[in-house]
Ligand binder design. Structure first.
Ligand SMILES: [Zn+2]
Length: 44
């Protein structure tokens, strides 16, 4: 499932278990793209 970085709004398609940061800006809060009510996912 694609995620969107809440910081730079880029789409992250390859979010893996051990890679929970945005590869573009390093931000660690993502939202699931498909959800209309975006659930925030904090990795901390
Ligand atoms: Zn980002």
């Amino acid at each position: 499932m694609p995620y969107v970085c809440l910081h730079c709004k880029r789409e992250i398609k390859t979010l893996e278990k051990n890679f929970v940061r945005c590869p573009y800006c390093g931000y660690r809060v993502m939202s699931k793209k498909r959800s209309s009510l975006a659930k925030e996912v904090s990795t901390d």
